[in-house]
Design a binder for this molecule. Structure first.
Ligand SMILES: Cc1cc2nc3c(=O)[nH]c(=O)nc-3n(C[C@H](O)[C@H](O)[C@H](O)COP(=O)(O)O)c2cc1C
Ligand code: SF4
Length: 448
């Protein structure tokens, strides 16, 4: 499944490695010379509802993890009430382990993201955009701040903005740097963080579109989602729908390309743009130069640790939004897989991921706060060879009981822990069983 033409990375000729400070950033002038802000100009000639309708018809699914269609989300905004501001929060928290895709856009083509932001604000009639960026992304925050200044000077944002008078709608745009916690990437944790509070997710409903930042209607979208909007506006819905794949279950399709950051045991790790639906094996073999050192594929974290793992027989899994149903993982997530070769210790992988979830739980919900600690303790015991089969069963039982989908927690962080543990134990059960003792043998009677 070859990429016929790059869309998101069209101004990024090859994915360079090395120090980001040495890389070429597409500035405003270069962006405009290469058709930048043409889509915004076209959007401003349309009614906001038409622009929103176009994004809705394109079925642009969110690139932040859940795959919720952007246009549909935008359509949930209530009509303007004149009682205060309406917000766009751009999610560049990117703290999901193994995920490094949004930073690529900010690193090289920040104006593409800003164009998407401006179009979204026009379509949804939003007044303020907050670019919420991961605390560790110091360089990217500076790049974005500079690009925003250029966009103000060019009449895109501010009172004299929206392409210098084409529209009287005024949008202010700010960078907000995260203090640095995974939970601040969850959309309502993010809202709390911008409000200056501890990043504790809120109970939903009400959803942010109705009651979000400072209690006002708010759209939260991922960086990559917004970066896809300009091309949809300039090239149309039919073009967009010609890329990607339909759902094999008669559900929502997976249109467009996706940034896929591949890490782990491959020859050439990196972030690549590929059409949705590409088999994981093709991504590894064609884009990443194959498995490192010619080793065999053992498994993969599907798309950020929250999605769970793919087993040895799932190397050909199609990377689209149906992957959850097809391959018994939570979903496509960020589409940034971590690849494991035949030498990988899957118990150690599970323990490492469990430590992450334990450390990042915000502590509001008992199943997540306590469960994540118990899971880590059990996995440590299994890893050290101190556990019994009863511990393995208990591990799966605890994991299975926590999460939004189970109705026991406020946010999806616990679902990530649940899926990671359940899928890794299920798909590599033999490896876990070899590390535990039968439950009927008392520990003090066994040889160490
Ligand atoms: C624990 C947790 C962390 C998340 N982190 C991110 C993140 O770093 N970036 C992101 O875009 N979405 C993240 N999400 C998903 C957001 O809650 C939200 O669905 C997303 O930003 C919406 O944008 P989209 O519809 O454009 O994908 C996270 C969700 C959870 C539960
Ligand atoms: S599920 Fe975990 S991270 Fe999410 S709100 Fe509850 S305790 Fe916090």
């Amino acid at each position: 499944m070859k990429l016929t033409e790059p869309i998101l990375t069209k101004r990024i000729p090859s994915i360079p490695h090395g120090d980001p400070k040495d890389r070429h950033i597409v500035g405003y002038d270069e962006f405009v010379k290469t058709d930048g802000y043409q889509a915004l100009s076209k959007a401003l000639d349309m009614q906001p509802a038409q622009v929103l309708g176009t994004v809705k018809d394109a079925i642009l699914r969110g690139r932040g993890g859940a795959g919720f269609p952007a246009g549909l989300k935008w359509s949930f905004l209530p009509p303007q009430d004149g009682k205060g501001l309406r917000y766009l929060c751009v999610n560049c928290d990117e703290a999901e382990p193994g995920t490094f895709k949004d930073r690529l856009l900010v690193d090289f083509d920040p104006h593409l993201v800003l164009e998407g932001i401006a179009i979204a604000c026009w379509a949804c009639q939003l007044d303020v955009a907050y670019f919420f960026i991961r605390g560790e992304y110091h360089h990217q925050a500076r790049v974005m701040e500079r690009a925003i200044q250029e966009a103000y000077a060019a009449g895109i944002f501010g009172k004299q903005g929206m392409m210098a008078g084409k529209s009287k709608h005024a949008v202010e745009c700010y960078v907000h740097r995260s203090a640095g916690a995974y939970i601040c990437g969850e959309e309502t944790g993010l809202l709390e963080a911008i409000e200056g509070k501890r990043g504790w997710p809120r109970v939903k409903p009400p959803f942010p579109a109705v009651k979000g930042l400072f209690g006002r209607p708010t759209i939260v979208n991922n960086v990559e989602t917004l970066a896809a909007v300009p091309d949809i506006i300039s090239r149309g819905v039919a073009w967009w729908k010609s890329i990607g794949v339909e759902s094999s279950f008669g559900g929502m399709p997976s249109y467009g390309t996706k940034l896929m950051g591949v890490s782990g045991h491959v020859t050439r790790p990196g972030c690549f743009e590929a059409p949705l639906g590409i088999p994981l094996s093709e991504l590894v073999n064609e884009y990443c130069g194959g498995m490192r050192g010619g080793k065999k594929f053992k498994g993969a974290i599907a798309g950020g640790v929250s999605m769970g793992v793919l087993g040895t027989d799932q190397f050909d899994a199609a990377m689209d939004f149906d992957i959850g149903r097809r391959c018994d993982v939570l979903g496509l997530g960020t589409a940034c897989p971590t690849i494991f070769d035949e030498d990988t210790d899957m118990v150690a992988v599970a323990r490492n991921c469990a430590r992450f979830f334990m450390n990042e739980s915000c502590g509001q919900c008992t199943p997540c706060r306590e469960g994540s600690g118990w899971i880590h303790k059990l996995l440590t015991r299994i890893d050290r060879g101190d556990a019994t089969t009863a511990d393995l069963d208990l591990l799966v039982e605890i994991a299975s009981s926590m999460g939004l989908n189970e109705g026991t927690t406020i946010c999806g962080l616990a679902d990530g822990n649940n899926w990671l543990v359940r899928t890794i134990v299920k798909k590599f059960r033999g490896e876990f069983e070899r590390r535990v003792r039968p439950k009927f043998v008392p520990l003090h009677l066994t040889a160490r």
